[in-house]
Write a protein that binds this ligand. Structure first.
Ligand SMILES: [Zn+2]
Length: 73
């Protein structure tokens, strides 16, 4: 019985860990002047984007020196 408990606990721990390590997808406008990333693909900050809109991980966006959009903070 204890063995089953440990196995269940290990699976639960793994699930929690996985949930926290899944990268958040954000959207960025690939314009040269783009300095923001957006959680919402339909954000009004992205409506102005005349370039390609790309989905990247939040870490990737921050690595590009982008900040969270002013409409979504
Ligand atoms: Zn936005």
């Amino acid at each position: 019985m204890e063995k089953l408990f440990k196995k269940t606990f290990a699976i639960l721990a793994l699930l929690v860990l996985t949930a926290f390590t899944i990268p958040t997808t954000v959207y960025i406008c690939l314009s040269p002047g783009g300095k923001k990333y957006h959680y919402d693909r339909g954000c009004r900050g992205l409506n102005n984007c005349t370039h390609e809109i790309k989905a990247v991980s939040k870490g990737d966006a921050e690595g590009r020196g982008l900040d969270l959009c002013g409409w979504e903070d």
